[in-house]
Design a protein around this ligand. Structure first.
Ligand SMILES: NCc1[nH]cc(CCC(=O)O)c1CC(=O)O
Length: 306
């Protein structure tokens, strides 16, 4: 009889779903293992009045979960990979990356089926600079308005009539059983998600070999390759919530294809690049595509505004 494995998680419906999902996969992989959730509140959940882009502060959603692991109140933490900063705090490591759900952003509206259908000057809710830049590029006429909070809060704000449409990650909406609300899935490479979007990551204390061995059973090699490429690109470009970076990597028989963009939320300017690489060299690919973007002038758009 081994000690129970305790999972630190945020308390939003999506975070709890993801932590339960990891718990179920671990119980299935290791019959007899006792897995428990430790739900915690994070700063990222408490600050709802300002956009994350203006607060800055990497790892806003991670800190309290890491403290719980440090103090021995939890053994692992479950995150949406796209909320995990490029470099973790010392003493922590990403152990498992789970198979990816739909990585795309979704267009959600009660009245319109596509971005193209929106009337002139329509109000679209999203605080993501990446989403704003891509919307501006397609439709300079739209009014882009702030929208924060968890998935259910954002859908409720749409339903209250504050916007004609909102953009959310399909993965989150799908996991909550609300996939029917997505009117169009914004497919790559025409529209790019955030690096790591749609993947769930499990963080551990560095060097915790008992826990790392348990997690090896639920790691997905292809998702890890794709997200390693996206995260290497993001890190090379100094990515954060304060700049608009999109990336999506396709894993195929021959190797990897990475699509990426750097945008400007104000003007809708987009700089795009893509490249392929043989075999499993995701970090090299991420660095190559980052260099192509810089070559085309991306550095100018990557200076944080204000
Ligand atoms: N920014 C918050 C966040 N972090 C992860 C997801 C969705 C789940 C995922 O991408 O894996 C969301 C909501 C959203 O962007 O719509």
């Amino acid at each position: 009889m081994t000690a129970p494995l305790r999972i630190a998680t945020r308390k939003s419906a999506l975070a709890l779903w993801q932590a339960e999902h990891v718990a179920a996969l671990l119980r299935q992989a290791h019959p007899g293992l006792v897995v428990e959730l430790v739900p915690l509140s994070t700063r990222g959940d408490e600050i709802l009045d300002r956009s994350l882009a203006t607060i800055g502060g990497k790892g806003l959603f991670l800190k309290e979960l890491e403290v719980a692991m440090q103090e021995g109140r939890a053994d692992i933490a479950v995150h949406s990979l796209k909320d995990v900063p490029a470099s973790l705090e010392p003493g922590f490591a990403l152990s498992a990356i789970l198979p990816r759900a739909d990585a795309a952003d979704g267009f959600i509206s009660n009245d319109y089926a596509t971005i193209a259908e929106l009337p002139n000057g329509a109000r679209v809710g999203t605080s993501s600079l990446r989403r704003q830049a891509q919307l501006r590029a397609l439709r300079p006429d739209l009014q882009l308005l702030d929208l924060r909070g968890n998935v259910n809060t954002r859908l409720a704000r749409l339903d209250e009539g504050h916007y004609e449409a909102i953009i959310l990650a399909c993965a989150g909406v799908d996991r909550l059983g609300l996939g029917g609300r997505v009117r169009s899935r914004l497919a790559s490479p025409d529209w790019l998600p955030a690096p790591g979007q749609g993947a769930i990551a499990v963080e551990i204390r560095e060097g915790d070999t008992r826990v790392a061995e348990l997690l090896a059973a639920i790691d997905d090699a292809d998702t890890r390759l794709a997200t390693d490429a996206e995260r290497a690109l993001n890190e090379q470009l100094g990515g954060s919530c304060a700049v608009a970076i999109g990336a999506f990597c396709v894993v195929a028989e021959f190797g990897l294809t990475l699509h990426a963009l750097v945008g400007d939320a104000g003007s809708g300017e987009l700089i795009v690049a893509q490249a392929d690489i043989d075999g499993d060299k995701p970090v090299e690919l991420g660095h190559e595509v980052a260099a192509m973007l810089i070559q085309q002038g991306a550095a100018e758009l990557l200076k944080p505004q204000r």
